[in-house]
Design a protein around this ligand. Structure first.
Ligand code: MLT
Length: 303
């Protein structure tokens, strides 16, 4: 009997969809062979000696102590691409939300409850809450992996000019990307040229706080920055300054910190990028399958 322990929030539908024979998957168990988790942080946890593999139902693995696992010979999987569509749809929503002032408009319109002559007053809001269009604007995508590539193609369909930065782009992604995505080889150029910038890179020592004071200072006044990757990718003090002086016109993130969460030009949302029924099932299915394959056959297949 192979024993897999789940640590939190794993879609039961996803796991139940693939045939598990001679397996037991539970939240609480002694001496598991594998661990299946979503966002639980394993950094403070004593990983049992019995564990041979860990699978994260998600893309980022910064909640797993990778160096310790490597030293102990524990194989770590993630689920690349399994939640890419969900994140892409949130990015597209946010491009539009940050442009059309819908949230402020809804708040104002709700506040009119109880007034008479509502139709007339609401009409006046069209001046106050006027926005801008995304068509014809420049979108910079930092990271052209599974999510970045999907965002690129859909943004093109919305008539944006799309620029991409990714020093590690794979041949497969390059093939999937339309020729209309303009590849830029330096970050400074992306930050100084684009009206919208969206970040899709993993958190590593190299990318920690890579969006620093210098890059933020290059942004066009009033431009929009979207971060659905990890909070630590952006230097928070520099971001606060850029939001205060209006260099960053709107910041949309599902990783708000205490400094920026209440600012008028920040759209803070919960960590919802991957939170759709479909994506949760895809991730759980892929992660459970990876563990099963590895524990049964020793094959390491990260797909
Ligand atoms: C990811 O790294 O893909 C996300 O953090 C997934 C999640 O929200 O579970």
């Amino acid at each position: 009997m192979i024993k897999i322990q789940t640590l939190n929030n794993i879609s039961k539908n996803g796991i139940n969809e693939f045939p598990i024979q001679n397996y037991t998957i539970e939240n609480d168990m002694n001496e598991p062979d594998g661990i299946l988790l979503r966002s639980y942080s394993m950094h403070e946890m004593n990983i049992p000696e019995s564990v041979k593999a860990i699978a994260r139902a998600g893309a980022g693995v910064n909640n797993i102590p990778i160096d310790d696992c490597t030293a102990r010979g524990i194989v770590v999987f993630n689920t690349p691409g399994a939640n890419a569509n969900a994140v892409k749809e949130l990015v597209l929503t946010s491009l539009l939300l940050s442009s059309r002032r819908i949230l402020e408009g809804v708040e104002w319109t709700r506040s009119l409850f109880g007034e008479s002559n509502i139709t007339k007053i609401v009409e006046a809001g069209k001046k106050e809450y006027a926005g801008v269009e995304i068509a014809g604007k420049k979108l910079g995508i930092i990271g052209l992996g599974a999510i970045g590539a999907l965002v690129a193609n859909d943004a093109l369909a919305l008539d944006m000019e799309v620029y991409g930065y990714d020093p590690y782009i794979s041949v497969d992604t390059a093939w999937r990307l339309s020729r209309n995505v303009q590849r830029i080889d330096n970050l400074e150029e992306i930050f100084s040229t684009c009206d919208y910038i969206t970040i899709h890179v993993p958190l590593t020592n190299e990318t920690n706080r890579f969006v620093n004071e210098k890059l933020l200072s290059l942004m066009k006044k009033g431009s929009r920055l979207l971060n659905f990757s990890r909070a630590e990718l952006v230097d928070d003090a520099a971001l606060e300054n850029a939001l205060n002086d209006g260099t960053v016109g709107v910041y949309v993130t599902d990783f708000p910190n205490e400094k920026v969460i209440g600012m008028q030009n920040v759209i803070p949302i919960p960590h919802l990028g991957a939170s759709t029924k479909e994506s949760e099932e895809n991730c759980a299915r892929m992660a459970a399958k990876q563990l099963k394959n590895y524990l049964e056959t020793g094959n390491i297949k990260n797909s």
